[in-house]
Design a protein around this ligand. Structure first.
Ligand code: MN
Length: 236
């Protein structure tokens, strides 16, 4: 087939311990999945069902250590914030699955950053409009290599943190999630058929803060290594 306009490549993410790559289909994200972060965002820590939003696949910026990924400061914001997150990479299909079986869908995990134009997100939230302009834009999801379950097992605990210019900003433990990964997948699969290539960002601990051009972030999750990103000037 020939296309009538210029085309683009399907994004993919390198896989740790493999020469293969993981192809990206959808990018789902969970809001407020750590109690302390829910509080700092003005919510309470009650166990409400998780809620979801999405990012476009050109938000992916794959970064393989020891490289430092470059992310341009995005347009139209004065409050560009980091959210360090466990990313779950799905390898199988699943629809309306039970939490008890949800881990069967998981291919692996990665360290990710849900980069957020917080001022735009908050402005939209206040007037009850969709958050998309705050969350969904190019380069809004830097991500480290996928670590297959075959190498790291199923992750339910482990330290998660991010430092900016050597200063610790966010830290927590995966076990602090309000909804664990299997329950997140159970809820999400009530709304969408989950597919191979789907990524799920699972929420962030407290301590989200703004970054500016020149800042270097190091995001870490125990057993998944590091994700290093430098914030560069806006694209002219
Ligand atoms: Mn997030």
């Amino acid at each position: 087939m020939t296309y009538v306009i210029e085309t683009w490549e399907r994004p993919s993410i390198p896989v740790e311990g493999s020469s293969g790559a993981y192809p990206v289909r959808h990018i789902y994200c969970v809001g407020r999945n750590y109690a302390e972060h829910a509080k700092e965002m003005g919510g309470d820590a009650a166990k409400e069902p998780p809620f979801f939003f999405t990012k476009p696949f050109d938000s992916i910026v794959p970064v393989v250590p020891p490289a430092v990924g470059i992310v341009n400061y995005p347009a139209a914001t004065q409050n560009y914030q980091h959210e360090v997150e466990l990313v779950v990479a799905l390898g199988k299909r699943g629809f309306r699955i039970e939490a008890e079986r949800a881990n069967d869908l998981v291919y692996g995990y990665a360290v990710g950053l849900d980069m957020t134009r917080r001022d735009l997100q908050n402005a939209m939230r206040e007037i009850k409009r969709p958050w998309d302009i705050g969350k969904s834009f190019a380069q809004a999801a830097p991500i480290g290599p996928i670590h297959p379950v075959s190498r790291v097992g199923y992750l339910a605990r482990g330290r998660i943190s991010v430092e900016v210019n050597g200063k610790l900003k966010q830290q927590g433990d995966l076990s602090d999630m309000i909804w664990d990964v299997p329950h997140v997948l159970q809820f999400l699969s009530q709304y969408y058929e989950l597919l191979p290539g789907d990524l799920v960002f699972t929420g962030t601990p407290s301590g989200v803060a703004a970054v500016v051009p020149g800042d270097t972030l190091i995001a870490r999750i125990e057993s998944l290594g590091e994700l290093r990103v430098r914030i560069d000037n806006p694209v002219a």
